[in-house]
Design a protein around this ligand. Structure first.
Ligand code: ADP
Length: 548
């Protein structure tokens, strides 16, 4: 609803709602395409207008089910059309789409369904056995829906209905209600690497401003001439907001479904002329390694957004220099809806020599308009943005959580209105953020801090090291010392000494890791990050050669 200002000459105010993105997309880009891979790996497509009709049918069906404003409806789904329809139909009727990460532990999944008190749950067939395993524990859920037609409903113990029957025959237009822009529209849980996952409610207003923020020319530069493929799942922090930013800009949206391996990704990227991709470093490590082994290049991709964990310098080099694709390194958190900073060179910086430009992109980037950053020391004093001082990173802004669902984790929110991220960082005078660690991953050697991210980057600069993680190992004298756990490239015999030699002259001598161990792969979390928690457990009794 537009409100007339009482002051003559003033601008109208219209609520910033996801409905406004949906309606704009339908008016301005009805012909734009949406492509997705189904659970059986086949590829389908339709237009924004088709998506709009089905979304409105779904809205009617949900209303018939009794889903109303503020209700939580859960999804266990890949990036596909039905998930997108759920995103928009739920938001536009004032309900809340609770996206569940299927890679979480079963107990955590049951915990968050109960914590959210979800009333209905929609799932892709891939997750049928998972649903069977938790359904009896989830008493708030009145209905379970398979994201299929009636002919493809899997054999299950749980009583389920199907999505296509639910929406069929419903009217194709819905008179959307007027919503408060501050109302919630999505619920995402942190992955709970420590303790139970905590819920973050996204608001309409925050989501719209975030979508405008990330799509700006200096950031992801999304337009109607782009095709965007988010590999980052819609069950993780709303696929970094791409499903909203794409529809806002008329961008072709290409969704990989369960096909996250290199071959199906390459097929979709080339076949659909994708220009912008987004995902965690682990996914890009796999994809570009696969392409290099075959001597192939992606045909149309121009920008690769990478975040969720630090982008290794060697990977940025491989993608930018080897494949001619611009890397946009970003930092964010579930609590930030989720993007906070993006690393795009400023005026002149794009002409820097390769080495310097790539070094710049190892930083996590500059704050988007709408986000403010500060770093504080243990006493809570703010530290200068001089690129040297490093402290605990705090943020506030238009799309930052002000509390957790149900009041959990209240100590993360400061009395003066900032959110403590749990990250350790420095900020330089040009505004670039450089993350050195998560507070719980920092290595405390003799009372001094060592950055695990810096040491990982150096290990991965070796051409034969595919992935590396740096954790704190126990040391009798220094308390903790850095240990590198690394994965060798196939067929390589790179040694412990080769890796240790890399540190010579690159860092203060006392930062040099005390040991390097190799293993076939590193453990990853539900969101695709190296699980340092697992590594710390695995190496809890590791005997460092320096600890005599
Ligand atoms: P979870 O906390 O559940 O793993 P999030 O996806 O919200 O899920 O993780 C946010 C955290 O991920 C940040 O606090 C930070 O530690 C890490 N992170 C995100 N992006 C980057 C990045 N570009 N570089 C280093 N760390 C990052």
């Amino acid at each position: 609803m537009t409100e007339k200002s009482t002051i003559p000459g003033q601008i109208m105010t219209m609520p910033l709602t996801v409905t406004s993105i949906f309606c704009h997309a339908m008016r301005a880009h009805p012909e734009a395409e949406i492509v997705w891979r189904n659970s059986d790996m086949s590829i389908d497509r339709y237009t924004y207008a088709d998506m709009g009709r089905r979304t409105q049918q779904l809205a009617h069906a949900l209303t018939v089910l009794g889903v109303g404003p503020g209700d939580r409806v859960a999804t266990l789904a890949w990036n596909n059309n039905q998930h997108l329809e759920l995103y928009y139909a739920l938001a536009c009727i004032g309900a809340i789409c609770h996206t569940i990460n299927p890679r979480l532990h079963l107990d955590q999944i049951a915990f968050i369904i109960n914590d959210a008190q979800d009333t209905h749950l929609f799932f892709d067939t891939t997750f049928a056995s998972l649903v069977d395993a938790v359904s009896e524990r989830c008493l708030s859920v009145q209905g379970w829906y398979s994201l299929t037609g009636p002919d493809r409903v899997p054999e299950m113990n749980t009583e389920v209905s199907d999505y296509e029957t639910l929406i069929s025959g419903q009217p194709e237009t819905y008179a959307w209600p007027e919503l408060d822009e501050n109302a919630a529209m999505a619920l995402c849980y942190t992955s709970g690497t420590t303790g139970n996952p905590k819920g973050v409610l996204y608001s309409h207003r925050g989501t719209v401003l975030h979508a405008m923020g990330v799509s700006g020319g200096d950031w992801l530069a999304l337009s109607s001439k782009d095709a965007s493929l988010p590999v980052v799942p819609m069950f993780h922090a709303c696929a970094w907001g791409i499903p909203y930013a794409a529809l806002m800009n008329g961008t072709k949206l290409v969704m990989p479904g369960p096909g996250m391996d290199p071959a199906p990704l390459q097929e979709l990227m080339d076949g659909e002329e994708v220009t912008m991709i987004s995902g965690v470093p682990t996914v890009w490590l796999g994809l570009f390694e696969y392409l290099d082994q075959r001597g192939e290049k992606l045909k149309t991709v121009k920008r690769a957004m990478m975040g969720g964990s630090a982008a290794p310098r060697s990977l940025i080099e491989q993608i930018e220099l080897g494949h001619g694709i611009d890397v946009v390194h970003g930092w964010g958190m579930t609590e930030l809806s989720p993007v906070g900073t993006l690393s795009v060179p400023k005026w002149g910086e794009d002409k820097l020599p390769d080495d310097d430009r790539i070094e710049l992109k190892t930083k996590q980037g500059r704050a988007l308009y709408g986000i403010e950053l500060r770093i504080v020391n243990d006493e809570g004093q703010t530290l200068p943005h001089d690129g040297v001082a490093s402290g605990m990173l705090q943020v506030r802004g238009h799309w930052v959580a002000s509390s957790y669902w149900g009041g959990a984790g209240a100590d993360a929110f400061t009395a003066d209105g900032w959110f403590s991220t749990g990250d350790v960082a420095a900020i330089d005078p040009k505004g670039y953020l450089r993350l050195t660690d998560r507070t719980k991953d920092v290595i405390k050697s003799g009372g001094e801090w060592i950055s695990s991210i810096d040491l990982e980057n150096i290990a991965m600069s070796h051409p034969d090291i595919l992935e590396a993680a740096c954790i704190a190992a126990k040391h009798r004298k220094w308390d903790e010392r850095p240990l590198i756990v690394a994965v060798r490239r196939e067929g390589s015999d790179v040694s412990r000494a080769d890796v240790l030699a890399l540190y010579d002259g690159q860092i203060a001598k006392w930062w040099t890791p005390d040991d390097v161990v190799f293993q076939a792969e590193l453990p990853h979390t539900a969101t695709g990050k190296v699980s340092k928690l697992h590594l710390r457990e695995q190496f809890a009794d590791h005997k460092l050669p320096t600890d005599n």
